[in-house]
Write a protein that binds this ligand. Structure first.
Ligand SMILES: [Cu+2]
Length: 475
């Protein structure tokens, strides 16, 4: 869909479930392009380039797709063919990772080993399986060594798959909003400030925190109705601990798709790369309610405070709650209850193999890496883990250090079985899970449909670039 068509449609079908909705005029003006598939084909061009774009009422110089930060929202359905022409107008090689999609990891699919040189164009083409789950996925560059720089520079966008979850009557009737959470660090010359070396170890964070490229945008909750939030943490390293004033968060989907039934949360932790879908019930007094980012220690706070005290670092804004967005009540609608049932999440059978992956930092002299999995840094020539197709395995992810590491596996979704031996309170499909300092998380994976090489890694992108990644080969 072209931008103008979208704006016209958005104006004429305000509140329609299938279109992004925005409360303020400013928000509508700055919405990214929205491309949906037609007749089973999503056909899109993404132009990766460096230049001035609109962000937070400034015109900083960022990396963008189609001059927009965040990038265009892409939408497709199970069974659709997806064709994406990526034009590389950057000065460095790049590529695309389709984070969370269950598609072939080879050739023109979700291939992290591709390298598209500057000035060249590559056309991705793949088909979403007929049984692909509905969900909130995303795309971003995955060229090893450059991932943190390119994502932190602005490159990323949502990839929505609509299916059965979207046909549940209460969800179909809900208003929908997209919230891409992303931090930036912009210097006086309006350029991305290079992160201090210590932030490349911790994972780079910026102090300008945006939602859809805006500071504290407005969203509207339909009075008596439901607002569906699709949240993406598109930050390179920043975690978000989210809370909405006086409103519980009804979790309906995690990164891998729907839950069996809504789960009520008072707050939600979203690590880099993770997504969540939330229903907000418009049952409070009309007023203004803040979506807050509460302080969260991902294992670097003590080190950071120590450096600030010793005058080695400027004080940062992160230590107090920050307002990410403001929600106010809109038009009254017919009372809409929460859905009781969503999409079943079947338990996986017992595994035939258990493997252990230890996350740590140190030095791997072979690869000169500083961030390691099983004491090795990433080597593009080495297969770390071979798995037979159709097998079910438990992977124990052991964090042997004090910093959180969000563990991400491409292509093959998993269920979290336990944390430090304690069962998870509800079953969910995920592709990224945060492993806190010294924690062990057991995940269960059914490797099916696609053979080939892909990767697993830490989604603090500086850690991935510095070696915390391994190669999986499904054979
Ligand atoms: Cu990490």
């Amino acid at each position: 869909m072209k931008r103008r068509q979208f704006l016209t449609l958005a104006a004429s079908t305000a509140g329609a479930a299938l279109l992004p909705q925005c409360a303020s005029k400013r928000a509508v003006e700055t919405l990214p392009q929205y491309f949906t598939s037609t007749d089973g084909l999503l056909d899109v061009t993404l132009d990766a380039r460096y230049g001035a774009v609109n962000l937070a009422n400034q015109r900083p110089f960022l990396l963008s797709y189609n001059n927009q930060v965040p990038g265009p929202i892409l939408e497709a359905h199970p069974g659709d063919t997806v064709r994406i022409r990526l034009i590389n107008h950057l000065t460095a090689p790049t590529n695309l990772h389709y984070h969370g999609l269950h598609i072939p990891p080879v050739e023109k699919g979700d291939n992290p080993f591709l390298e598209i040189p500057p000035g060249e164009t590559f056309t991705y083409e793949f088909t979403l399986p007929e049984n692909h789950p509905a969900g909130t996925f995303w795309y971003h560059p995955h060229k090893h060594g450059l991932v943190a720089e390119q994502v932190f520079g602005g490159l990323s966008g949502l990839f929505i798959v609509r299916s059965d979850l979207d046909q549940i009557p209460e969800i179909q009737a809900a208003q929908e909003a997209f919230l891409v959470l992303k931090d930036f660090e912009i210097d006086a010359s309006r350029k991305i400030a290079p992160p201090p070396p210590i932030f490349q170890m911790w994972g780079r964070e910026g102090q300008l925190i945006t939602v859809n490229g805006q500071v504290n945008p407005n969203f509207s909750i339909p009075t008596d109705g439901l607002l569906r939030l699709r949240l993406l943490n598109a930050s390179a390293s920043r975690f978000y601990r989210l809370k909405l004033d006086e409103h519980p968060l009804h979790l309906i989907a995690t990164g891998g798709g729907a839950l069996a039934e809504p789960v009520e949360l008072s707050e939600l932790l979203l690590s880099p790369g993770e997504r969540a879908e939330i229903l907000v019930s418009g049952e409070r007094e009309p007023g203004r309610y803040r979506l807050l980012n509460l302080p969260y220690d991902r294992g670097v706070t003590e080190m950071m405070n120590g450096m600030i005290e010793r005058g080695m670092m400027e004080p940062r804004v992160d230590s107090a709650p920050q307002t990410l967005a403001t929600f106010s009540y809109g038009d009254r609608v017919d009372p809409l209850p929460l859905p009781k049932q969503l999409i079943p999440v079947e338990p996986l059978p017992k595994p035939t193999q258990v493997r252990q992956f230890t996350l740590n930092h140190g030095i791997d002299h072979q690869t000169s890496a500083a961030f390691l999995i099983n004491y090795k840094g990433f080597d593009p020539q080495r297969v770390d883990t071979s798995v037979p197709i159709d097998s079910i395995e438990d992977w124990e992810i052991i964090n042997a250090a004090s910093m959180n590491h969000p563990f991400h596996l491409h292509v093959h979704p998993f269920q979290v079985i336990s944390r430090n031996g304690k069962s998870e309170p509800y079953r969910a499909w995920r592709d990224t899970v945060s492993i806190a300092g010294y924690e062990t998380v057991r995940i269960r994976i059914h490797f099916k449909d696609f053979v080939g090489k892909t990767v697993y890694h830490c989604h603090i992108l500086d850690h991935e670039d510095k070696g915390m990644m391994g190669i999986l080969n499904v054979v």
